[in-house]
Design a protein around this ligand. Sequence first.
Ligand SMILES: [Zn+2]
Length: 413
Amino acid sequence: MQLTLFSQFKPLPYARMVVDSLSGPYYEGRGYVREGDMKAAFFIASEMYKLNLKRFPLAPTFYQNFNFPVNTFPYPVFAALDESYLKPGIEFVPSPACPSISGEYRLVWVDSSLLYNETAFKKFSKQSFADAMIVMDEKGIVGEEEKKVFKNLGYNPFAAKGIIRIKDKITWSVATDTLPYAQLDIVRNVIHRQHQRIRVQIQNDFKSSYKSQNVITYIPGSEEPDSFIVFSAHYDHLGRIGHSVYFPGANDNASGVAMMLALAHHFSQPAFKPRYSVVFIAFGGEEAGLIGSKRFTMYPVFPLEKIRLLINVDLMGGGEDGITVVNGKEQQKIMQLLHKINEEKGLLKTIKERSNAPNSDHYFFAEAGVPAIFIYTMGAYKHYHDLHDQGKNLELTAFEQVFTTIIELINRY
Ligand SMILES: [Zn+2]
């Protein structure tokens, strides 16, 4: 066998395959209905298995299991304003923490002006809203104080059957508990003051102990196998609502999984066998509150002190405006290397840095003292936590450039 110094692996076509697969309907939005997250974990484990990656002796399989509560919507949801039916996922969604609700309710609009008039507010509060849904629109509220009061109205002080929040754009997330009243988000252009009533049918299924998993493998280092470089990316997304709606999560974060697996391909080639052990962790439960990564930092399968560097990737689908490095402010040695690489190679338009923030799976590692950064790409792509975050919309503009930059960083670190 002849060793070559040039990588035989082509990251872009591989990334396209991973993104299109994981954001496709089979994976159910990689959430908690029809075991989408488990199917995605299996896909990743299979890719790792093909590369002959190793499991850690402390972990009996590639999986590290953990359980958490999650609110799900496995059944079709329905809402109609008077006679107009609303499209789920596009024109309305149940709030992630919404409980079941079924029936017809009158609509009661609450204006921001009510906040400025104590007498009116008190009078208003005396009515019964057991047969009503309160409609609230944050738009047009200027002061921070008013915003706060208005936000507090979201806690249903009028004991209404439910709350409708008007949004410019429908986005979704994951809830690990339920509200004591129904809450829907409706997009602004479909709801009008003339609407009198809403008919709604939503049935939730609160799973108090859903079993999820992190997928963890590694390549033993050739010189210092007890020191670890870690690549991580969360594979979970928001899942689905009923039969017709699923959130593809192509950018968030099929693209990051593609980057992590592409790096696994690279370092698996004999010519690029790493000096340190290289670990690959696909985290579950990120969208539900960084649950998988928190779990790992509490029960690591190798000592956290042995991590020389952790690179977490999320939102790898853009990049025409460069990248942002979260926790870069705190990790100046890494930033200097990144800037040096970019000066030499000119791969990325800019490299911005930010302070640490709990916005992805690097967070608990950084808090534990691990040199950890989180890289995301910047650009025009704005589909986030909505139905349009699809593989066909994702250009993977700077995927190869980021891939090359990360490999250079590892080689020089
Ligand atoms: Zn994400």
